[in-house]
Design a binder for this molecule. Structure first.
Ligand SMILES: NC(=O)c1ccc[n+]([C@@H]2O[C@H](COP(=O)([O-])OP(=O)(O)OC[C@H]3O[C@@H](n4cnc5c(N)ncnc54)[C@H](OP(=O)(O)O)[C@@H]3O)[C@@H](O)[C@H]2O)c1
Length: 294
């Protein structure tokens, strides 16, 4: 809190405390500590987790949640999504005046912090668009992460993350679920596609091991092209060439669900293909992709 008794202005030095010593709590704490941000320490469900996180980040562990609250200006609730509301209910009995509360859920908004302004505090969600899969090494991935902030943080965390070198943008609450859906498209759903491709190779009589491995170079090269050259330059294949004969042959051998998946994703590719080749006539392809969808 600053002298005016309100949440600090961007640029004031802040003490950051973590409730929840899991993968994100460990990683953000270490990341901030490495950028000379004052990390007060950790309170977690299990004392051993708090102790481990305190050692890892050279900060303190707290046996009482109230002590962490007193010694922190900003509190990150880095617990599982299901526990955020429960922890917020628990800490409401303490003085939160002048504090910023943040959670890191990609799908939930700051609305979980209901009535927070009456407590003289601010609430926001701060989401790193990356997978944090390890307590020990996750902080390294955070240096490359883009962040979004939804809710009200008085520009403090925005400015802090920018100083750490992370690109950050503000996200409106109404789009939070759609935003999370976009992240699922780029990560989890790609796993679904990879799995489907490997299953189809196996169905062609190839061994399981070969099927998994054979796709690797193709997949990695494609990912690399997408991030270095963008989707338009990366697009190759029958849709881009306007080869509706090959697309018809594919559709003829696919199972019903596979056909739906293929057609829906190909329609998306068609938008990219048109951008790449504005002079090309894709009418026949449009016709093939329109048929039999759902
Ligand atoms: N992992 C990711 O890739 C990722 C990426 C972006 C955002 N997020 C978000 O970050 C948040 C944390 O995720 P995570 O992956 O770090 O989860 P996690 O590894 O499961 O860690 C959550 C920790 O919270 C503690 N905890 C649970 N309930 C608690 C309670 N009632 N009081 C105090 N501590 C409690 C547990 O600590 P104990 O060990 O003490 O039981 C647990 O280790 C979630 O909102 C998630 O959506 C995760």
């Amino acid at each position: 809190m600053n002298e005016r008794g309100s949440p600090k202005e961007a640029g004031d030095s802040i003490r950051i405390g973590f409730i929840g010593a899991g993968k994100v709590g460990f990683s953000l704490g270490k990341y901030f500590a490495e950028h000379d941000v004052h990390v007060s320490g950790y309170y977690s469900r299990n004392l051993d987790s708090s102790k481990e996180a305190a050692i890892f980040t050279n900060s303190k562990y707290y046996e009482k949640i109230e002590d962490l609250i007193i010694e922190s200006d900003t509190l990150f609730l880095t617990v599982s999504d299901q526990a955020i509301g429960k922890v917020y209910s628990e800490i409401q009995k303490y003085n939160l005046s002048g504090k910023i509360l943040a959670h890191c859920s990609g799908a939930m908004t700051s609305e979980i912090f209901s009535g927070i302004s009456q407590k003289g505090a601010l609430g926001c969600s701060v989401h790193p668009i990356c997978a944090v899969s390890s307590k020990q090494t996750g902080y390294r991935d955070l240096s490359k992460a883009y962040f979004t902030i939804e809710g009200n943080d008085n520009n403090q965390l925005l400015s802090l993350l920018q100083k750490c070198g992370n690109p950050v943008e503000l996200l409106s609450s109404e789009y939070k679920i759609k935003y999370h859906g976009a992240a699922v498209f780029a990560s989890n759903l790609v796993i679904g596609l990879y799995h489907k491709a490997a299953e189809m190779l196996k169905a062609c009589g190839l061994s399981e091991e070969f099927s998994k491995k054979a796709l690797e170079p193709l997949f990695l090269q494609n990912c690399n092209n997408i991030v270095t050259k963008g989707v338009v330059s990366s697009l190759t294949g029958p849709i881009e060439r306007g080869d509706d004969g090959t697309v018809r042959k594919h559709l003829a051998v696919l199972e019903e669900e596979e056909k739906t998946l293929y057609q829906l994703l190909s329609r998306e590719l068609l938008l990219v293909a048109k951008e790449k080749n504005p002079e090309r006539n894709y009418e026949k392809m449009e016709e093939v992709l329109k048929n039999n969808i759902l």
